[in-house]
Design a protein around this ligand. Structure first.
Ligand SMILES: C[S@@+](CC[C@H](N)C(=O)[O-])C[C@H]1O[C@@H](n2cnc3c(N)ncnc32)[C@H](O)[C@@H]1O
Length: 151
């Protein structure tokens, strides 16, 4: 697993919403990894991900321990990466090799127009100030997506 780039403070200046030890433990026992993967697989199938080009690069934001990352691999996508605020949850990821970044989805430190698909499977509800934080996340998604990309 690659070294994680250091987390950066959010440009919004808002306090980080997680990641103390109790919070991370709660995240890990929320649902079993298998149940989560089944739920995410069904959701992606419903969106048509089985019919999209597997050449596309995927970024999972709020990727946590990476259950959705594994589903993308199971669907045949290979250019898959993830970003999450919690280093510990990223370290819990068990799956095919991928690039994982410790970072705040309100301020994604990835290049502009660098991904074809950006997905989230549960995460935005953790933002501490939804009204101001969600537009920051959407702006970052729009910036990091390639023109014509899907989110
Ligand atoms: C319900 S979990 C997501 C599970 C994940 N989608 C999966 O496939 O396993 C929510 C995640 O959001 C992350 N998170 C909360 N606030 C964040 C932020 N501002 N930026 C990045 N990640 C954040 C948490 O660390 C946690 O891993």
């Amino acid at each position: 697993m690659p070294g994680y780039p250091a987390n950066q403070p959010s440009s919004s200046g808002a306090p980080l919403a997680c990641c103390d030890e109790d919070w991370e433990k709660a995240c890990q026992r929320f649902e079993t990894a298998e149940v989560e993967r089944l739920k995410f697989a069904k959701r992606l199938a419903g969106l048509g991900a089985r019919d999209w080009s597997r050449d596309q690069s995927v970024l999972e934001i709020f990727c946590g321990r990476g259950n959705a990352l594994r589903v993308w691999f199971e669907l045949g996508y290979s250019k898959v990466s993830g970003v999450d605020l919690s280093r510990r949850l990223l370290e819990a990821y068990q799956g095919p090799a991928t690039q994982l970044y410790v970072g705040d989805c309100r301020d994604i430190k990835l290049p502009t127009a660098s991904r074809d698909i950006i997905a989230v499977h549960g995460g935005s509800h953790h933002l501490p100030a939804l009204q101001t934080d969600l537009p920051l996340v959407f702006a970052e998604v729009a910036r990091v997506l390639r023109p014509g990309g899907a989110s």
